[in-house]
Design a binder for this molecule. Sequence first.
Ligand code: ATP
Length: 345
Amino acid sequence: MTISIRAVEKQFARYPALRGVSLDIEPGELLALLGPSGSGKTTLLRIIAGLEFPEAGQVLFDQRDVTFASAAARQVGFVFQQYALFRHMTVAKNVAFGLDVRKAATKPARAEISRRVDVLLGLVELGGLGGRYPSQLSGGQRQRVALARALAVSPEVLLLDEPFGALDATVRKSLRKELRRIHNATGVTTIFVTHDQEEALDLADRVAILNLGQIEQVGTPAEVYDNPASAFVCGFVGEANRFEGHVENGRFVSGAVSFPATTASGPKLGFVRPHDLTLSVGEEAGFDLHIDRVIAQGPVIQVEAKTTDHRRIDAAFARQDVASLTAGTTIRVTARKAHLFDPVA
Ligand code: ATP
């Protein structure tokens, strides 16, 4: 199923929640909608689901205009942050629900429903737990049931709104891997809302980054990280030190910070990822950092430091590349890579 969003506009009491959003989602793709709180992720997901309708623009499923079709007519499966399982039903009944409520003409035979429930519970690694009630499950297990329930009706599209948001970090990480595995097994086109950039980059084939109701960039995790299209994306995806400054004579300068730059002269916003700072050697010009704290994390040495004009900088070095770094000392660094943007007006 190809999903095309065309120039969608949505307002709530004259507040523009979505401003001209266009996006194409390929068949079988796992796409993450990533953005800060209030950027419009859930609104876009609900418009794709048929739970909300836009003031302008179109939603196409395989070229079919479904902009104003009901959620039921769209054959979508949902998983929300809140488990939304039926408490009085067993796990198996919960998973079977979407099939049980079908009209006789399209309802599978009881034995077929039961077989399908078993397959799905196996897929989400809850085999044998069909007789339990939701209250007898952990939060992570409940979300697996919600996922199995959404998949039971063989949806053309699976929509997930912060499905792991209420779970602790360890469970989140393991469910993330599970979702990727399940997606690979089912191949269902999946759209996943999250405000957690690590989750989006880890899980998705492509990431669409929303800000203030607009899409700033769509790309693979590597593309948005390595080549951010805007200052917003650069600051939102991954860690970055941010500098307001200007380019002159082939260098970016911001107070005591200065490094080589290839863009045209003029005011710029500069971003440098912590691991793109390198120790400056020989005659190479750089800038000084006073080290406040050194944190050795496996193969990486994280450094919290200050510039000579007292701005906080995060740096990260491969352990094999640096001899010994000690808090209280000063190092000279330069940026091997930086992202420069025109300042927003
Ligand atoms: P979060 O991560 O906090 O869930 P989000 O990116 O999903 O945020 P949306 O829930 O889509 O953002 O909301 C976008 C904007 O639209 C917000 O400013 C929100 O307050 C507003 N909004 C959303 N739903 C409604 C509604 N039913 N009535 C009024 N305003 C709404």
